[in-house]
Design a protein around this ligand. Structure first.
Ligand code: GTP
Ligand code: MN
Ligand code: MN
Length: 404
């Protein structure tokens, strides 16, 4: 019997973008369990269920203390029957059977391994599993056709599945800054994503690039990529056009807009800590590896080259002086910068909730490019994230409190 006077009661607003969610999570066991079910739903193409679990987990992340009794959850938003059942199981039995059996299931394990390959989504993984492919070895044996991203993902599998540290993110920031300033003096680089929210590790490093003079950023991405490539910093890159401009490209729109490249998904070759700081060291690494790369490309047509890759996967060379790191680059014109910054800082759920709030509560449409007011039939300008929150009628939430 719980003495009601001793139960801490919580109160939480229903949208994650109305809450301050720091990295100081008092309910890690519960949120890990719900996040795993969310991940399983997302990997099984059940996005609705996925979001429901994500929202439930986010509510628990926002609580100021650990949950100890179900009665404390009365009145909290976003906690559906399914999530409540999972929470109850964990509070009563220390574990949830559903979570444990999902974790142990062959299908979940295979989906995790296969989608752990950069460039492989849940649909591709599902197709492979139906073809009897459950692990990397079987994938390589199968002769399945891989696109360029997936080939790079497989080649650098171990590196890319190892968390990026803040120190590595800082080292990459310096490289990106040097690249950007070399090709366009005055251009600015901002670290976004999880590291801007104060996380100490991440699955990648995200950057937003702009120039204070509107229009100067046009054509910047290919130049940055060329600089990085010529310095030997890129193991893979794919640059894509600004989809926003694509949508708006219609009759009467200058086709020069089509030349605005916006986003680059890349894999960096980062010198190991001992090698960093001295440019000569980076170049040494580059020279050494170009010998290896050359050998490898010569055998590309040869079946033998596959056994080399396999060897790399199961037996990574301990002496390697660099590691692969995923890096996302985005270029934004200064007029859209605040929207891009807000949109690329995350978390993903925080972003989703901002857009839901804008649409459902304010009749506005928010994207990483603009905010449109449907009632006034006009775009609302903003030069800072603070102004966007104000337009949305929300209290300003700093990046470190957007960890929903
Ligand atoms: P980790 O990288 O895992 O540490 O977390 P993260 O929060 O940095 O996640 P991620 O790098 O995947 O994404 C960073 C932010 O970019 C999130 O807010 C995403 O919503 C946003 N984002 C990712 N992909 C896209 C996209 O294609 N378009 C837009 N507009 N935003 C995106
Ligand atoms: Mn990230
Ligand atoms: Mn990213």
């Amino acid at each position: 019997q719980i003495n009601e006077a001793e139960v801490v009661l919580f109160s939480v607003p229903s949208y994650a973008c109305q809450r301050r969610t720091t990295l100081d999570n008092h309910n890690v066991t519960l949120t890990d369990a719900l996040s795993l079910l969310a991940e399983n739903a997302e990997l099984s193409d059940e996005d609705g269920r996925g979001v429901a679990f994500r929202r439930a987990a986010a509510v628990l992340k926002a609580l100021p203390a650990p949950v100890t009794a179900m009665s404390q959850l009365t009145g909290l938003p976003c906690l559906g029957d399914h999530s409540l059942r999972v929470i109850k199981d964990i509070l009563e039995n220390e574990a949830s059977d559903e979570v444990e059996s999902t974790k142990q299931s062959d299908r979940f394990k295979a989906l995790k391994v296969l989608t752990g390959i950069f460039g492989v989504g849940s649909k591709t993984a599902d197709r492979w599993i139906r073809d009897g492919i459950h692990n990397l070895h079987q994938l390589q044996e199968s002769g399945a056709t891989l696109n360029r991203a997936q080939q790079a993902g497989l080649e650098h599998y171990d590196d890319l599945n190892q968390q990026v540290t803040k120190a590595e993110a800082d080292a990459i920031t310096e490289i990106v800054q040097e690249a950007v300033v070399s090709v366009l003096p005055g251009a600015q680089v901002v670290l976004t994503g999880g590291f801007r929210r104060g996380k100490q590790t991440g699955h990648d490093v995200d950057f937003l690039i702009t120039h204070p003079e509107e229009g100067r950023e046009v054509g910047l991405m290919p130049k940055v990529v060329f600089w990085l490539e010529s310095q030997g910093f890129l193991l893979y890159q794919k640059t894509t056009r600004n989809s926003y401009l694509e949508v708006k490209d219609g009759p009467g729109r200058p086709s020069s807009n089509m030349d605005r490249f916006e986003r680059c998904l890349s894999i960096f070759k980062l010198a190991k800590k001992e090698e960093r700081g001295i440019k000569v060291a980076v170049n040494t690494v580059k020279t050494r590896d170009s010998v290896r790369d050359h050998t490898q490309s010569e055998t590309d047509q040869n079946p033998q080259s596959h056994s080399y890759e396999r060897h790399e996967l199961t037996n990574p060379p301990a002496h390697r002086r660099w590691r692969a790191v995923r890096v996302d680059l985005v270029v934004s014109p200064i007029s859209q910068f605040a929207f891009a910054l807000l949109g690329w800082t995350g978390s993903k759920l925080f972003e989703r909730e901002l857009r839901r709030w804008a649409g459902h509560e304010k009749a506005m449409s928010l994207s990483s490019h603009a905010l449109y007011d449907n009632k006034q039939s006009r775009y609302l300008r903003a030069a800072s994230e603070e102004e966007i929150f104000a337009h949305l009628g929300l209290e300003y939430i700093p990046p470190s409190e957007r960890n929903a």
